[in-house]
Design a protein around this ligand. Structure first.
Ligand SMILES: Cc1cc2nc3c(=O)[nH]c(=O)nc-3n(C[C@H](O)[C@H](O)[C@H](O)COP(=O)(O)OP(=O)(O)OC[C@H]3O[C@@H](n4cnc5c(N)ncnc54)[C@H](O)[C@@H]3O)c2cc1C
Length: 558
């Protein structure tokens, strides 16, 4: 057995005390009231990787070490001494352990089970801050060093590899990556597991299970993402979608004592999770990456006891009876007294290879005051022929030097309101370019140049640093199967937007009108981008998610 270096302990000297805090005797005593003292013998394994029920340990005397086993060798990750504690964010989600916990020196520990740990972090503010911060920092370090229980073997030229990387990254799961195109020794590994080139990408879970080109759901199953969740009970509220709206609803619902189950097709964070920097979300003056915001919100929801099922898509809503039933993949059903639909909307995106590289650094899906400031005095492009594109063009023309509107059709008359068409025609700063489309985006850190092709096939390159894609968004509502009233663009109608005709058609059964954010189905709410009339912003999604919970209480207890 060979011990390699101490990666976690070596890397972040200034953050060491926050990542591996030493508690005060008073803090240890408070935790001791929630657990039991037990002796440990040097060499005794306290937790094995893959173990489902993982206790939390505080060392009273002796030492506990965390190691990552890998075949016959192991890597020493960190050593805990007196008044230090084990664990990272998996403790909150109830997912299986990724690393081995072993007594290094004989002594005594306090052992606390997950339920008591959750109760502690929900009620003891001081300890909650110390423990939660340490858990999050430890997970960040595990990710940075690829210290987990997953090895991904793939190629950067393979879409499947990129999908799996994105799934693991956005679920904050640490993994090591073996690049088939670069690593000469990789053939040995492939031979050992009888893997052929067509099986790529390959995911190896805990050095045992080999998944060949797995679906996200297979990876989630293999890593036990959802194992601690019992889907069979009737939940107070099932939230569909874990973007900002769904996660906000989960945090407020769980913190207010509701039994909350969240279903998420892919990974927590939704569209916001893919944003490299959100600059306009309250409280983050220097901006925050979507991944960081989503990670914090996800941990917060779990701290309050919300259950989040990953890689589980709501396929169908059975709205004919109470409690409502949601059908998931594998014909699994979950039952709900109330439902919050937070499935978001996908922006229509032109097929340009490197589009995502420039999102938020030159490519925008909304034109607010913030974006207008970014392109003050510059030439910009607005893509789209609908009213939102027209409004964006007129608005941006107030500050931009020139606005080019690009449409594939030969005029705007079919798609845009007359008043907007007139304003565009009358504005000398706006140029309408019909039958024209963007064919390439260029730049390094930021968008620098746009190439577009016109009707004649001529490609023109322009030094333009900002483009606005106003080509509409498609709401994720098809799975609802006609259960709730939708508007003309298939967004969900709620509260005062529901007309008497809508309610009559839906056979609204109650003497009261639908609550704000309530759909045409009693006790079913819609929040965030999926809701008709929603302002497509992180803050409004979060606000709506939290507001919906107050109405859930009224439905449950009214
Ligand atoms: C590139 C980019 C940058 C942005 N930048 C900003 C910004 O700087 N500031 C800002 O305020 N806003 C920004 N936005 C807009 C913001 O991200 C959205 O308004 C916000 O994410 C909407 O949140 P939501 O929870 O309603 O929906 P989403 O974030 O879309 O989340 C919906 C979730 O539901 C899941 N889902 C869908 N269908 C199902 C199903 N059937 N079953 C289970 N799960 C399902 C999806 O996988 C997804 O995770 C940006 C958007 C993009 C695309």
């Amino acid at each position: 057995m060979t011990d390699s270096a101490l990666p976690l302990a070596m890397t972040l000297p200034s953050g060491i005390e926050r990542m591996f805090p030493t508690l005060t005797p008073a803090q240890v005593n408070r935790i001791a009231a929630h657990g039991r003292a037990r002796p440990i013998r040097a060499g005794e394994v306290l937790v094995e990787p893959g173990q489902q029920i993982v206790p939390f340990f505080i060392v009273k005397t002796g030492q506990v070490e965390i190691v990552r086993p890998s075949g016959a060798t192991e890597t020493l990750v960190v050593v805990y001494g007196a008044r230090q504690f084990t664990g990272e964010v998996n403790m909150l989600s109830g997912r299986p352990a990724m690393l081995r916990v072993r007594a290094r020196e004989s002594g005594e520990v306090i052992e606390v089970d997950r339920e008591h740990l959750l109760a502690l972090v929900q009620t003891d503010n001081e300890l909650s801050e110390v423990i939660m911060r340490a858990f999050i920092l430890r997970r960040v370090e595990l990710i940075a060093h690829g210290l987990g229980d997953v090895v991904l073997v793939g190629s950067n030229y393979c879409a499947g590899t990129l999908r799996v990387k994105e799934f693991l990254t956005r679920n904050s799961h640490p993994y090591s990556y073996i690049d088939l195109d670069r690593d000469a020794d990789v053939q040995d590994l492939l031979d050992r597991f009888h893997i052929s080139a067509t099986d790529v990408p390959v995911v190896i879970c805990r050095g045992e299970t080999v998944l060949r080109n797995p679906t996200n759901q297979q990876i989630a199953d293999c890593l036990g993402f959802n194992e601690a969740i019992d889907p069979s009970q009737i939940h107070d509220v099932v939230i569909v979608g874990a973007g900002p709206a769904g996660l906000a609803a989960a945090v407020y619902g769980a913190s207010e004592g509701l039994d909350v189950l969240v279903l998420e097709t892919n990974a927590p964070g939704g569209q916001a999770g893919s944003s490299s920097k959100i600059e306009n979300y309250l409280g983050f003056p220097t901006g925050i990456s979507g991944q960081a915001l989503a990670g914090r919100a996800y941990t917060q929801a779990q701290k309050f006891g919300a259950h989040v099922m990953i890689a589980q898509c709501a396929r169908r809503l059975d709205c004919e009876r109470m409690p409502y039933a949601l059908e998931l993949d594998d014909h699994m059903r979950v039952l709900a007294r109330t439902i919050i639909i937070a499935t978001g909307a996908a922006y229509r995106k032109p097929a340009i290879d490197n589009l995502s590289r420039f999102e938020n650094v030159g490519v925008y899906y909304g034109a607010t005051f913030m974006e207008a400031q970014l392109c003050r005095g510059e030439e910009v492009v607005v893509v789209g022929g609908g009213n939102s594109a027209g409004q964006a063009a007129v608005f941006l023309a107030q500050t931009a030097q020139r606005v080019n509107i690009l449409v594939r059709t030969d005029s705007l008359t079919e798609t845009m309101s007359r008043y907007l068409v007139r304003r565009i025609e009358e504005n000398p700063r706006i140029t309408l370019r019909t039958k024209t489309e963007i064919v390439a985006l260029e730049g390094t850190e930021h968008l620098e140049r746009v190439r577009w092709r016109d009707d004649s096939g001529t490609i023109e390159a322009r030094d333009i640093r900002h483009i606005f894609l106003m080509t509409g968004a498609l709401p994720a509502t098809r799975w609802l199967n006609g259960c709730v009233a939708l508007d003309g663009k298939n967004f969900i109608k709620t509260g005062p937007d529901l007309s008497e005709d809508d309610l009559a058609a839906a056979r609204w059964p109650l003497p009261r009108a639908p609550y704000l954010l309530e759909t045409s189905l009693p006790g079913v709410f819609a929040v965030g981008d999926v809701r008709g009339g929603n302002i497509k912003r992180v803050a409004s999604a979060v606000g709506e998610g939290s507001i919906a919970i107050s109405f859930v209480h009224r439905v449950l207890h009214g």
